[in-house]
Design a protein around this ligand. Sequence first.
Ligand code: SF4
Ligand code: SF4
Length: 381
Amino acid sequence: MRESRRPKPLYLIEKRKELLETFKEDLPEKSLKKARKDSLTKRSPRWCGITIHVTINCPFACAYCYIESMGFSFSDPKPYPLTGKELVFALLNNPAFFPTRYGTLLAMGAVSEPLIFMNKFLEYVESLSELGNPIQFSTKQFISSHLARKLRNIVENKNISLSPLITVITINKADTLEKRAPKPEKRFDSMKNLADEGFKPILFLRPIIPGINDMEINTIIKKAKDSGAIGVVVGGFRATKSILIKLDSLGLDTSEVRRRVKIIKEKQISVPFPEKAKILNSARDIGIIPWATACCANSYTAKIPCPSVCFIDGPCTKCPNNCDYKRDSADVTELKKALGILNIDAKIRDRTIVIKSRPFRGTDFAVRVLSRRKVINYRKK
Ligand code: SF4
Ligand code: SF4
């Protein structure tokens, strides 16, 4: 029988305190001040974990990208203003973050391409590796053998888990949809280079845009598998009015998207994606592991029970990571003590935790990580 993989909530809290002290001693007052003011200290974890921004703004300007609706731009890319050590200190000041392999997932690449400034990316990976958390990055950048080797050295020296998600969503329309990003062929080469260095590259097949790239899915999955990808994360499309106008102006057919969403405004809207289950099944038939969420790919690579708890109330695809509530959730007595230390008023009901108070942003995900249980809201009767 496989050994238990229960998180130890008291240890995670203690370790955060210990690391905070270590980094505090290591940084000058100016850096401590700068890090304490950074938005990362208050950023709430999401399903994929806490997002780490390496680059502000993204020069790749993919036609389907929604970062403009979040206040970012396709010009003037800049490295994130914190040094690696400041970044880690900011993270340790976030009450919703917990270190170690069993702690919060870290996701690089949510609002920009993280490998625009290669040295910054390496500096961040190196510094974050001091915490031990599973790290995932999603990229369209070419990863040479040399870079893959550098990453391998960090992983081996620090004994961390690093999960590369390589985005390819089209081969035939890349010149239209992603004309400033490296060609898909180069990204398949990235998969090969990463696999050669012992990584488990994963195809990031998102966004699938109905009527635009959905006809290419199986070809892309097969090619990724041949290039060394061990799995695929499949995701739908978030549309805004401006994105659809842009796609129209490029001569792409948005009628199917418009049929599904009906009313479209500037606010991002998820386009219904009923084909997802079928696509996950066909990926399995092709011979790679299908995932519906990036957190599961990161968890599989790190060999830990999914901190977003997809195995209870998320889209678990029953991957070989084999998360199991009975084996993988925290001990109740220890959990009660931990929630008390964090001033979280909550009731534990078997695999569900009912939260009555949220003392900080991201309380729900913090409780998921500590407990590996589903979290719901307390409702007064
Ligand atoms: S690489 Fe990612 S963040 Fe950059 S423009 Fe394309 S979709 Fe947006
Ligand atoms: S077993 Fe399910 S919940 Fe666990 S990592 Fe795999 S897909 Fe996710």
